[in-house]
Ligand binder design. Structure first.
Ligand code: BGC
Length: 920
């Protein structure tokens, strides 16, 4: 038996983080035991646990988040370990992990410094300092921040591995500082060099070409704090004894890229200037961003020589980060890298980046170096290289994939190539849009914290990766804005013009949806408690504005973004879809209120719970009154309309909604119409409301619009629009068209929840439902999910002889209710362990077609065509003419077409044979 994976606030060994709460979690593995019998959490001031300062013991301590009631000292490293005794009486203690506080309320000895007013170049601030007693150093830390971005070298070595520090925050309010352990890097004579870039702070950032949103000067602050064995402390802080010079960074910008010019100062005076004291507007706070690191590397797949005569590197994968290259170029060589997502007419292209220049320029001084930018990133698959002297070898270039340090927790593999690619595309979409905070896209002049995109994707994201600490950071940023906006959770952060904050459902509903997703996945009540005021303020704001208008219990105002990029809008390129904005908003208002009530229940706020339950009932009634007919038909006859009704549970008669949806799909020739609201939840809602077959159809069908369609056109990430790229390979427009927008990738949650069938019924996946769905188009599916308790595995296979095999693993401390499809045995309730099932399904899952299969799905199968040909030349005639309406009929709908000559006998004969066809 092993106790492992100790985390504090969902992070392993966090150093220098803001600790708004202190919550400890752990896992138990390698045991046949089912549950904990006793747990002891110990916190000590030393690694040997001789100075224990906190102990908590009990049988019911929560593995996914037990609060440590400990008052923390600044500058202190605490060591933790957990001892668990299981119900089999095995006892084991975890390894020692730690967390370390930052400065807390301690005053800064270092002061903010900047350059003289006229010095507009990118500076490097430097300080040489000597330490006399290096042998006696017990520990040393660097506390540091720099705006826009900083990169520090201590004695010529980069401090830490992180990039784009100190990350994004609304710098008007807060500036994060980082803590680095530099104990092993100090010498008697030391030099600290800190270079600065523009970043989000003073470069271009936000809509409408904005720059210098937070400030116009480079500034930095630092403190080296050395603690000697004898307890004495020496601190070297930023002050006027620091000097600065111009660095070789000629330009830097998140959108536009970077210029590193090693000849910038050649022949020009670049004298050492004394730093000037300044102040920063925002308060210095201990970091709350996860590290952004070079998480993966990609090799060049192909060097392409285009018809236009360009040399283009193809990494084979769209991603976010940058390229590092080995440079042995002669002095004066200027190398330019341009970044793009797609080739057009086989040539380099990036017009869809709009005004973002996305360019990296390097001017060599002739020295051999590994070159990469420091203060920018790009979203790309292709890189055009200009100016390279001599032979360009693919091996000289490496793609560095940047994202916030999150563990990958989900895995899906099937026998269907397209589904595997969809999973991969979504994972890459998540990586690319997780550089410090969730963004809409990583490439064009946007890369903003759009809350709607994050909201719809957060469920998928939290199966894919351990997102708890990442979203905790985002929620911190959201809350900072919300507090200034009287409760509005804005459509996008940062907000530069408070009066113009977007007050929209779906986007703002992240206030309640994200905490719910996090509680479901990570089961930490202490986090929910921190998030609760955000939930409450959001729904209260909607209510407050509604009351001003006489309280209709509807969210029928505000600047609603609606079913963004749906295909049933005024045109297929329209931003808004055809579903009534206020209907959507009001249903989400109800859901947000229900989620707030749920959180209130969990947190024991009974009064709040009662208020929100009551409000929920009133909103539901108002929605039914406004948007439903007297007999219960939904008056919003769109796919998204029905999907939202089923998702929110607001209807008079569920059957009428399902029938309405079915008939809408029929009328739409089974083409997806939904945008950011409808499409992400479409398959999930269908699968959970008796339309399993329809859900599989939309997942797997290859026509436009659809998930497989994008993949067949070569997508390696999720596109912003269903028609981002047209069938002829041309991009459909450049106004707003990214190939790396993850919203439509939210379908992956349906793969986990419904096709693998793994859903939490108790927070943190302590108890789950395992109810897979099977379909002959997928022969097997292997899914694993690393929950905070440990690994769940659901693997199913339809075997050649027709039997179904299912393998389930449930981790320690957990239980599962297993209900298998077409299984005649009982529903199983199991505890931790491994379970195998082999059975003959009540329906033969090898059969290809049912009476509901659309004819267009049979058209590739010669056997089906032969049957149709033989039994019904009439049907063959209609199908052969390629009539779209007819291709979207099925045996079931043919029954109503006797007027065309389809007799019941003919249909029965067709059914007899078609529904018996199986794959060989
Ligand atoms: C972004 C979207 C966002 C939308 C809302 C777009 O520019 O890229 O993903 O949610 O605007 O207005």
């Amino acid at each position: 038996m092993k106790v492992s994976d100790l985390k504090i606030n969902n992070m392993k060994n966090p150093v220098g983080y803001l600790m708004e709460r202190l919550s400890c979690s752990w896992k138990v593995t390698e045991t046949k035991a089912k549950d904990q019998k006793n747990v002891i959490i110990e916190v000590s001031l030393d690694e040997d646990f001789e100075n224990i300062c906190f102990v908590k013991e009990g049988a019911l301590l929560c593995q996914t988040g037990e609060v440590l009631e400990l008052s923390l000292e600044p500058y202190t490293r605490y060591y933790t370990r957990v001892t668990v005794t299981t119900d089999l009486d095995e006892t084991n203690t975890s390894g020692v992990s730690y967390f370390e506080t930052a400065k807390q309320d301690e005053d800064w000895i270092g002061k903010w410094i900047t350059t003289k007013d006229d010095d507009r170049f990118h500076p490097t601030f430097s300080k040489s300092f000597s330490l006399k007693k290096t042998k006696n150093i017990k520990s040393a830390r660097l506390y540091i921040s720099g705006l826009g971005l900083f990169s520090a070298l201590l004695n010529g070595q980069k401090v830490g591995q992180e990039v784009l520090t100190p990350y994004y925050s609304n710098y008007h309010d807060e500036v994060q500082y980082l803590t680095y352990d530099i104990t092993g890097n100090l010498k008697e004579e030391n030099k600290l060099d800190v270079s600065l870039g523009n970043g989000w702070y003073k470069g271009r950032f936000g809509l409408r070409e904005r720059k210098e949103n937070f400030g116009s000067k480079f500034l930095m602050i630092a403190e080296v704090r050395v603690v000697y064995e004898d307890g004495t402390v020496e601190t070297i802080g930023t002050d006027e004894s620091w000097f600065y010079k111009g660095s070789d960074t000629q330009a830097s910008d998140i959108y536009d890229g970077e210029i590193i010019n090693h000849l910038l100062w050649e022949g020009k005076e670049n004298s050492s200037e004394t730093a000037v004291f300044t102040s920063a507007e925002g308060t210095l706070v201990a970091r709350y961003s996860l590290p952004v690191l070079e998480m993966e590397e990609l090799a060049v797949k192909e060097v392409i020589h285009t018809p236009a005569g360009e040399t283009v590197l193809d990494f084979g994968q769209n991603f976010a980060g940058y390229v590092a290259f080995i440079c042995r170029q002669p002095k004066g060589t200027e190398i330019i890298l341009d970044f793009g997502e797609i080739l057009q007419h086989d040539n380099f292209y990036n017009e869809n980046y709009r005004s973002a220049k996305s360019q990296f320029t390097y001017i060599s001084d002739g020295k051999e170096r590994i070159v990469k930018p420091q203060f920018t990133f790009f979203g790309f698959r292709y890189v055009r290289v200009t100016g390279w002297e001599g032979e360009l070898k693919a091996e000289a270039f490496t793609g560095k994939v940047l994202y916030s340090q999150m563990e990958i927790t989900g895995h899906i593999e099937t026998d269907h190539k397209g589904v595997n690619q969809l999973f991969s595309n979504t994972m890459w979409g998540q990586k690319s849009n997780s550089i410090d905070f969730p963004t809409d896209c990583p490439q064009r002049d946007e890369r903003l914290g759009w809350t709607g995109d994050a909201q719809v994707f957060s469920g998928t994201a939290s199966y894919n990766m351990d997102t708890a600490a990442f979203y905790n950071k985002f929620i911190h940023d959201l809350r900072t804005e919300q507090k200034k906006l009287d409760g509005i959770l804005p459509g996008v952060i940062p907000v530069f013009e408070p009066n113009a904050a977007i007050f929209s459902s779906i986007w703002g509903d992240i206030a309640t949806f994200l905490p719910t997703v996090l509680y479901e996945h990570f089961g930490d009540k202490s986090a929910l408690k921190v998030y609760y005021p955000m939930m409450k303020d959001w729904v209260d704001k909607i209510t407050k504005e509604d009351k001003k208008r006489g309280q209709k219990y509807l969210f029928d105002y505000g600047n609603q973004l609606g079913d963004w990029l749906a295909l049933d809008g005024r045109t297929e390129q329209s931003m808004k879809g055809g579903t009534d904005d206020y209907y959507i908003a009001s249903c989400y208002y109800a859901m947000s209120v229900a989620k707030t009530a749920d959180a209130a229940r969990i947190l024991g706020y009974t009064e709040d719970e009662a208020i929100y339950r009551d409000l929920h009932e009133n909103i539901s009634k108002a929605v039914i009154k406004e948007y439903f007919s007297v007999t219960g038909r939904l008056c919003i006859d769109t796919q998204t309309g029905y999907i939202v009704a089923l998702y929110s549970g607001i209807y008079k008669d569920k059957n009428k909604i399902i029938e309405g949806l079915k008939s809408r799909l029929y009328k739409d020739c089974y083409k997806i119409k939904g945008g950011f609201v409808g499409a992400p939840i479409m398959c999930r809602v269908m699968a959970e409301n008796g339309l399993e077959e329809e859900a599989f159809y939309f997942l797997l069908q290859e026509g436009y619009p659809g998930w497989m369609h994008c993949i067949n056109l070569g997508a390696t990430t999720i596109w912003e629009r269903w028609n981002s790229v047209l069938d002829n390979g041309l991009i459909s427009g450049v106004l707003m068209n990214s190939l790396n927008h993850y919203s439509f990738g939210s379908i992956v949650e349906y793969l986990y929840r419904d096709v693998a069938g793994l859903k939490a019924i108790e927070p943190g996946f302590k108890k789950v439902l395992i109810t897979p769905l099977m379909n002959q188009k997928l022969k097997f599916m292997n899914t694993s999910y690393e929950s905070p308790y440990g690994t769940y595995r659901v693997e199913w296979e339809i075997k050649k002889e027709g039997n179904v095999h299912v393998h389930v693993e449930v981790p320690f401390g957990c239980s599962a209710v297993i209900g298998l499809p077409f299984y005649e045995g009982e529903v199983d309730e199991v505890t931790a362990g491994t379970y195998e099932y082999d059975y003959k399904p009540a329906t033969d899952l090898r059969l290809l077609y049912t009476r509901k299969t659309l004819f267009k799905d049979m058209m590739q199968n010669p056997k089906a065509l032969e049957v149709i040909d033989r039994i019904s030349p009439l049907l063959q005639h209609f199908l052969g003419s390629g009539d779209e309406e007819f291709l979207n009929e099925s045996l079931a709908t043919l029954e109503g077409m006797s007027f065309l000559g389809f007799s019941p006998d003919m249909i029965e004969n067709l059914a007899m044979e078609l529904t018996k066809l199986a794959e060989e």
